[in-house]
Design a protein around this ligand. Sequence first.
Ligand code: ZN
Length: 267
Amino acid sequence: MTSLDRRSVLRVAASAAAAGALASGCDPKRSADSAPSVRAADGPSPRATGRSAPARHPAARPPTRAPGLPAEIEHGPRDGHAVALTFHGRGDPKLAEALLGEAERAGARITVLAVGDWLDAQPAMARRILDGGHELGNHTMHHRNICALPADAAYAEISQCADRLRKLTGSIGSWFRPSQTQRATGQVIRLARRAGYPHVLSYDVDSLDANDPGAPAVQRTVLDGIRPGSVVSLHLGHAGTVAALPPILDGLRRRGLRAVTTTELVT
Ligand SMILES: [Zn+2]
C-alpha cells in the first residue's frame, strides 16, 4: 500500500469513527458494533442500489457440505498449502471495498460472513463479494449473543439473515458462523442445520483485530498463529485490518501458503 493509499484509509477510518461505527467484535468480551442507522424490517432499505441480474455474475454457492468433517469446523487440512481468511461482515462499506481490493490485487480469496442488518443497509455488498471470487456466508441477523438466546430467537437470527442472502444472491450462503462466540452450543448447531447449513464455521486463529491494536499487531498475531489449514477470524470495517492485509498476504506467500475460500480449503 502506498502512503497515499494509507492516508486515505486512515481518513475513512477517522470519518467512520466519528460516526461511531468502529466498535465491533465476534467475541463476547467485546462490545457489539452499532447497527446501521437505516434498517428495513423486510426487504432492502430505501438506499438499496446495485442489484444486478444474477445471470451476469458467478453463481452463489449453496451451503458447503464437507463429508468427514465435524459439524463445527475449526480448520482445514494441516498437510496442505492453503489457509482461509474469514471476515465478520459489517461496518463502513468503504473499508470493506478497500479490503476486497487489497485481497484481489494479491490474488487472494476471502470468506465474508455477513450480518443481516448490514446487508439491509448495504445490499450491493453481497454481489460485490461474490463478483470478486470470494465466498459469502451468514453471521446472524443482528450479531446478538446467539448462544444465550432461547431456541426460537436464535433460529430467527439465523433464518432472517438466510432470507436476506437468498433474496440478494439466490443462495442462503456457503457457511453459517454464530455471533459473539468462537464455539457454538449444540442447540445452535442443530438450529443451523435446520436452517440449511450442514456445518457451523469456527476458527483456530483469532486476529484480535476488532480491538483496533494497529496494523503491525494484527499482522504479527495472524502470522504468529497461522499454519497450514488455519481458519483466521478477522473483521471488515477496521482500517488496521485493511492496512495489515498486504503484509499478511506477503508473509503467507513467503511460507508457500495461499489464501483461498473456506470451501476450497476444506473440500
Ligand atoms: Zn462477528
